[in-house]
Design a binder for this molecule. Structure first.
Ligand SMILES: CC(C)(COP(=O)(O)OP(=O)(O)OC[C@H]1O[C@@H](n2cnc3c(N)ncnc32)[C@H](O)[C@@H]1OP(=O)(O)O)[C@@H](O)C(=O)NCCC(=O)NCCS
Length: 194
């Protein structure tokens, strides 16, 4: 999957040094509920375990060939966020020097398009700490709508007592694209009713 400036591809062992450079930044991992990487060895271990699956991708900046972020979706099973049956959870991060350039939104749109074309997944769920509004903005720009639920998941790194805003993207394959987002709006309004 690619656009003019980014390529989504599997992580490789030789990304470990770059991953450590960006994932050791204390402003990145804790916002997503994981600790900053403490060594290149830890980054390599993460590549070989956490990132080693078919639906997690490195976000490569084509201009440099560097992996400057990560995006993926996984079964929400076992995760305390209130997902529907079979509804995957989306996650992502971008290296700090590349924030606010639209890169995460671009990557998430690629993933959504990929899911629409290659799976029969009916909806996606995502959550962000309320004090991390940039992440919520990425989801909203991609059509996610707040479910009306604020949630706490104390199992994440530094998450104790921090509220999580939950958003969902529902696919309506039978509707034309211009109608799908308004259907999500309707679902949102429904969720707001007492
Ligand atoms: C959240 C994150 C992935 C966003 O990546 P990004 O490539 O900078 O995202 P984009 O540039 O596509 O979009 C960011 C949007 O948030 C907005 N934004 C940035 N800071 C904001 C703030 N403090 N309040 C509200 N909106 C904010 C930007 O203006 C932009 O919206 P716009 O296009 O309408 O102007 C990145 O900041 C990051 O990796 N953070 C640390 C890890 C993390 O939070 N992961 C997600 C966990 S749920």
């Amino acid at each position: 999957m690619q656009t003019e400036r980014i390529l989504l591809r599997p992580w490789r062992d030789d990304d470990a040094e770059t991953l450590f450079k960006y994932a050791s930044d204390p402003d990145v991992g804790p916002r997503a509920g994981w600790p900053p990487h403490s060594s290149v060895e830890m980054s390599l271990e993460v590549i070989r375990t956490v990132f080693n699956n078919a639906t997690t991708w490195a976000i490569e900046l084509k201009a440099t060939g560097e992996a400057i972020g990560c995006i993926g979706y996984l079964p929400a099973k076992g995760c305390p966020i209130p997902a529907r049956e079979g509804e995957p959870l989306v996650g992502y991060w971008i290296a700090k020097p590349y924030w606010n350039q639209g890169i995460c939104t671009e990557a998430l749109r690629l993933v959504i398009d990929h899911i629409r074309k290659t799976t029969d997944i009916k909806s996606l769920i995502c959550g962000h700490f309320v004090d991390n509004p940039a992440s919520g903005r990425v989801m909203e720009k991609c059509g996610f709508v707040a479910t009306g639920e604020t949630y706490f998941d104390d199992t994440q790194y530094q998450s104790k007592g921090k509220p999580i805003r939950v958003l969902r993207l529902v696919f309506f394959p039978h509707l034309p694209i211009w109608k799908r987002f308004s259907q999500n709006e309707a679902a949102f309004r429904q969720a707001q009713r007492p």
